[in-house]
Design a protein around this ligand. Structure first.
Ligand code: SAH
Length: 272
């Protein structure tokens, strides 16, 4: 038993023994704490729509939709879209845990992603417009205030064409990134002042704004198609908060109605 009788090595080792031990050892396998780059690239190419947290996130989305049903919203198409679009992928990772609560969340630059119940309610109101009721979809749609792009992703499921405008460059860039994996050919993101609407794709069957001013910009009314409907937050006269305003364009002209109180970020002119 020569091995058993060998004395254990003592430190410091003589240099020649260090050399011997190294040469006797088997060559080590390369450790791979990350996947090889070509595999990661292959997976990224194969990805179509973000899967988020997988099954768990699908379940929390279903629960969110159940809650909205319980609150009296009656709009199956918007529920189907909310079931499909993972809201947590549109907010900062640190806030993902709150993404399915009925709360607005910061998206940077002083802006917020709207509460799911308010988004659902606005889309429900859009679906009650004459053209949308007849067609069963929102048709040609203009969204003012893209923000992080969450509502845009919902509208993309519900409309034939979506134009969405954002005045803050960093948020426009963020929405472009957030929506890229969905490959939405019928959605056009525009960096610009939404108070001017978007003439090249007008008229619109549906127009929805995620920011509220004192008045409805004339361009929105001008770009609304006959049978079309606009839904936007607007300040009440005398500084008494905001309400959701609905405007329908009929053959004979515009009809305006006021709905519930809301709280949206301000509509501002110009681009930043
Ligand atoms: N629906 C968005 C909500 C974003 S908050 C989401 O899901 O994230 C409202 C957005 O309206 C902000 O990003 C703000 O910059 C934008 N906004 C305000 N005034 C605007 C204007 N005149 N034109 C375009 N966007 C505007």
């Amino acid at each position: 038993m020569t091995q058993g009788s060998a004395k254990p090595a003592r430190f410091p080792l003589a240099l020649e023994r260090v050399g011997q031990a190294g040469s006797a050892a088997k060559p080590r396998e390369t450790l791979r704490p990350q996947r090889p780059l070509h595999e990661a690239a292959r997976d990224a190419r194969a990805r179509t729509v973000p899967q988020g947290l997988g099954l768990d996130s699908a379940l929390v989305r279903q629960r969110m939709v159940q809650r909205l049903r319980g609150e009296g919203i009656r709009c199956e198409p918007v529920f189907a879209a909310m079931d499909k679009v993972p809201r947590h992928l549109f907010v900062d990772t640190a806030l993902a845990i709150q993404a399915y609560e009925d709360t607005s969340l910061p998206i940077g630059h002083g802006q917020t992603i709207s509460k799911p119940s308010v988004v659902a309610r606005m889309i429900e109101l859009l679906f009650d417009g004459a053209s949308a009721r007849a067609a069963g979809h929102l048709g040609r749609t203009l969204e003012v205030g893209t923000g992080c792009g969450y509502q845009t992703a919902l509208l993309a499921q519900l409309a034939r064409r979506v134009v969405s405008i954002e005045r803050l460059r960093p948020l426009y860039d963020k929405a472009v990134l957030n929506l890229a994996p969905w490959r939405l050919d019928h959605v056009r993101l525009v960096y610009g002042d939404g108070m001017l609407g978007h003439g090249p794709n007008a008229p619109y069957d549906s127009l929805v704004a995620a920011a509220g001013g004192d008045d409805l910009p004339p361009a929105w009314l001008a770009q609304l198609a006959v049978g079309g409907r606009l839904v936007a937050p607007m300040h009440r006269w005398g500084g008494r908060g905001q309400v959701l305003v609905v405007v329908d364009r009929h053959e004979g002209g515009l009809v305006r109605t006021e709905h519930e109180s809301v709280h949206f970020v301000p509509l501002k002119s110009g681009v930043v």
